[in-house]
Structure formats: C-alpha cells, structure tokens
Design a protein around this ligand. Structure first.
Ligand SMILES: NC(=O)c1ccc[n+]([C@@H]2O[C@H](COP(=O)([O-])OP(=O)(O)OC[C@H]3O[C@@H](n4cnc5c(N)ncnc54)[C@H](OP(=O)(O)O)[C@@H]3O)[C@@H](O)[C@H]2O)c1
Length: 271
C-alpha cells in the first residue's frame, strides 16, 4: 500500500527537535501539511516556519499548524485527537514519535521516573491511536517510533526498553487488526541517532540527567534517519530498521539467539 502525501495532513508528536523535527521538514518537502506537536508552542512555531520554507522551495503551498500540549497530562492527550481533527479534518499519516529515555539502573530509578517513561513512551501513543482510529480512512497510516531497545533489553534503560517493547507489540497487533481497513502501521527501530534524547533522559531521581552518551553523539544524523522512516511509512512497510551500527546488529543477533552471551556482553555497560 502506498500513502499519498500531497496536500494531505501529517501529525507528528515530538516535532520540536531531533528525528521529529526532520520528519516534519521531510513531510513538508513532499507536499504534506504538517501538524506539529510538543510542549512548547514557540519552538514549534519556529519549526512550522522552517517547514513552510521547505514547502515553498519544493513548490507546495504548505500551511502548517501547531498543537502544543504535554503528553504526560492524560486529560490533555485524550482531548488532543479531537483538537487535531478540528484543525486537519483527517490525517494521511500520524507519527507518534515523542519519547524520553533513561540513564539509570532499575534498582536506583525512583518509581515515579519509571512510571513517567512508560506513560510517555507507551501509554501516550496508545491513547492517541485510540482517539484517532475512527477517523483513519483507507490509504492512511500510523508510525510508531520504537527503538533498537524495543527489540532487545538495553541495560540502564529498564523503563525505556520495556515501554518500547510494549510499543513494538502494540504495533504488531494493530497492524493485523487494521489490515483489512488498509490502514498501515509502521514501527520504526532507530539505533543511535545524534539528537537531544540523552540530555532529557531521566536519571535515578526521575529528573533529566543531562549527560551525553558518546554512542548517541557519534550516531547517525537525524535527517537521513527521518527520510528512511518516512519512505518506509509511505510504502506501508511494517518495520523501518535504521541507524543500526555493528554493535546494534551484533546485539540484536546475540539477544535473540544467544541470550546468555548477550547478557554477559551487555552487562559491561553497567561499569
Ligand atoms: N536518538 C536516538 O538515538 C534514538 C534511538 C532510538 C529511538 N529514538 C526515539 O526517537 C524518538 C524521538 O527522539 P529524538 O532522539 O529525536 O529525541 P529528542 O530530540 O529529545 O526529541 C524528543 C521529542 O519528544 C518531545 N517530548 C518529550 N517529552 C514530552 C512531553 N511530556 N509531551 C510532549 N512531547 C514531549 C520533545 O518535545 P518538547 O521537549 O519540546 O516538548 C521532543 O520533540 C523517541 O521516541 C526516541 O525514543 C531515538
């Protein structure tokens, strides 16, 4: 199934930076109108202006909009699909990309921090999908941005890895259930991507630790990652594996076929 974007709306959560920002620019370049979500209206307004520049350069009319809200506020996120549909009418693509990571072992992480990561990375996309489903027509689709940590256990990412695994499973079920309706579900599994994800990742006290992981900082650039994800989604692909370095490939192989060896190898990360 192919999804046509021209003059149709794409809703992107986590559109203020990193992968989401570049997904927005790429969607605008391909002729879509983009609804940009995140917590900060001013930052999103700047992204909307950048999207408009992309649209203009590519000869499209653009007309991008902002819908700012906090995904951790349950009543705000349950109300968000109706607000989004009031702006757009309907969506060709809904990209559930917003996320937060973790930089602490399970034992040391405060319960509230664990819950916050699961709420943002798993329950929030589920609530948005639930609210939007009745409006999704044939020839439209969802993108769930999971992670390599949604395929293997990532030490010091217990909540993050659990939430991304849950998202992976949710996407797999949704894909089967929506098959006959011709609504696609693409799950994206990025490896290391050079974004601000590290900085916002929660430390043991449930607050951002602000530490940069050298693996993220030497990871893939977000532009080609966003292009790869969007291309896969427009073709209705089930999975988009992107930015897998040698370490990620080895981890994926050993975690599935040699789980004991993987535990030993990945435990080195704790030091
Ligand atoms: N970077 C990587 O190496 C990597 C690898 C695998 C998967 N991913 C996934 O890719 C996705 C995008 O992350 P990124 O790497 O591009 O990091 P990023 O630049 O930090 O982007 C995270 C986005 O999530 C939004 N967000 C965070 N908390 C929010 C909240 N409470 N309510 C609404 N929006 C919120 C942020 O917006 P505001 O702060 O402006 O609200 C921001 O736009 C995430 O799901 C992440 O797990 C990233």
């Amino acid at each position: 199934m192919n999804i046509e974007l021209s003059q149709r709306w794409v809703w992107i959560t986590g559109a203020s930076s990193g992968i989401g920002l570049h997904l927005a620019l790429e969607a605008a370049r391909r002729g879509a109108r983009v609804l940009l979500s995140g917590r900060h209206a001013e930052t999103l307004g700047e992204v909307a202006r950048q999207c408009q520049t992309q649209s203009n350069h590519a000869g499209h009319s653009g007309g991008h909009e902002v819908l700012a809200f906090d995904l951790l506020d349950r009543s705000a996120r349950v109300a968000a699909p109706a607000r989004a549909l009031a702006i757009a009418g309907s969506f060709a693509l809904v990209i559930l990309n917003a996320g937060i990571s973790q930089r602490s072992g399970f034992e040391e992480l405060a319960t509230a921090g664990f819950d916050q990561i699961v709420d943002l990375d798993f329950m929030a996309p589920v609530d948005l999908v639930r609210g939007l489903l009745p409006s999704m027509a044939a020839g439209s689709g969802f993108v769930l941005v999971s992670s390599v940590a949604g395929l293997i256990g990532a030490p010091r990412r217990s909540a993050y890895s659990a939430a991304k695994h849950a998202l992976t499973g949710f996407g797999a079920v949704l894909r089967s259930e929506l098959w006959a309706r011709k609504v696609s579900v693409t799950t994206a599994f990025p490896g290391y991507v050079r974004t601000a994800l590290d900085k916002a990742a929660l430390g043991p006290d449930g607050k951002p630790k602000g530490v940069q992981d050298p693996r993220t900082q030497s990871g893939a650039l977000p532009q080609p990652v966003a292009r790869h994800i969007l291309k896969a989604a427009l073709r209705g692909k089930a999975h988009a594996y992107v930015a897998f370095n040698l370490e990620s490939r080895y981890a994926l192989f050993s975690a599935h076929y040699l789980p004991g060896l993987y535990a030993r190898f990945s435990s080195r990360r704790l030091s």
